[in-house]
Write a protein that binds this ligand. Structure first.
Ligand code: SF4
Length: 230
């Protein structure tokens, strides 16, 4: 594999005994990031330029200029290569959302998939119930200031079935059980790509909201961005 340019969608897929899939990614995120201090305008500007010029895969100097303009490396501490990868993933997600928005708006039965790592607590202080069959958590609203609590309420208000997933690999079960035609996923870029690949297999339209703070716990996403795509 050395010297081979790998696509982010490249993965080995293995079916496990419980019907879920394990994906071994060829190009995983090897870094953590925190974009919570980057102005929202940055993401809008990024998508606008990419959509307008249709060059989001090869923005080259423009990407570098945006990184500099918004001091992205300084704020996040990422090296240039990781910052550019992150930028490309963000643009990819924004552009895909735009392209499939009209189709998504016509869907009727929808699910909202939230990441369990954005719960306020990752231990037994979180009172969410858990269904090992899917597997998914279901928020029991123990903390008003929990991001997952707020996102769950938002989703349920708009008639979404809400799942809080420990990983993206069991989306297959959700789609088989729920017969959804529209799905919104909140996750890191890696999981979003995995999810979109599964949605394509089921011919389900997707929208995505990327995490703005990555990691194994205390991750974060923008609630306003979610409200806009719901
Ligand atoms: S509000 Fe919900 S997701 Fe958040 S910690 Fe409580 S039960 Fe868990």
């Amino acid at each position: 594999m050395l010297g081979t340019k790998l696509n982010l969608f490249d993965a080995f897929k293995n079916e496990t005994l419980n019907g879920c899939y394990n994906y071994i990614w060829l190009m995983p995120y090897r870094f953590n990031f925190d974009l919570t201090k980057v102005p929202r305008y940055f993401f809008k500007e990024l998508a606008r330029i990419a959509h307008q010029k249709q060059v989001h895969k090869k923005m080259g100097k423009t990407s570098k200029k945006l990184l500099d303009k918004f001091r992205l490396q300084e704020i996040t501490g990422l090296n240039l290569s990781d910052a550019l990868t992150l930028l490309e993933d963000f643009v990819d997600i924004q552009v895909r959302n735009m392209v499939f928005k009209e189709k998504f708006d016509k869907t009727r039965k929808r699910a909202l998939l939230l990441p369990h790592c954005a719960r306020k607590y990752m231990d037994n202080r979180c009172k969410a119930s858990f269904d090992p069959e899917i597997p998914s958590y279901y928020c029991q609203h123990c903390s008003e200031d929990c991001l997952i609590h707020k996102a769950t309420l938002l989703g349920e208000e708009r008639n979404y079935d809400v799942y809080i997933l420990p990983g993206g690999s069991c989306i297959t079960k959700i789609l088989q059980k729920g017969k959804y035609d529209g799905v919104i996923g909140v996750a890191c870029g890696e999981e979003i790509k995995l999810g979109l690949k599964i949605l394509e297999e089921f011919n389900v339209v997707g929208q995505a909201v990327p995490l703005i703070k990555n990691g194994c716990a205390n991750t974060s996403f923008n609630l306003e961005s979610l409200a806009k795509v719901l």
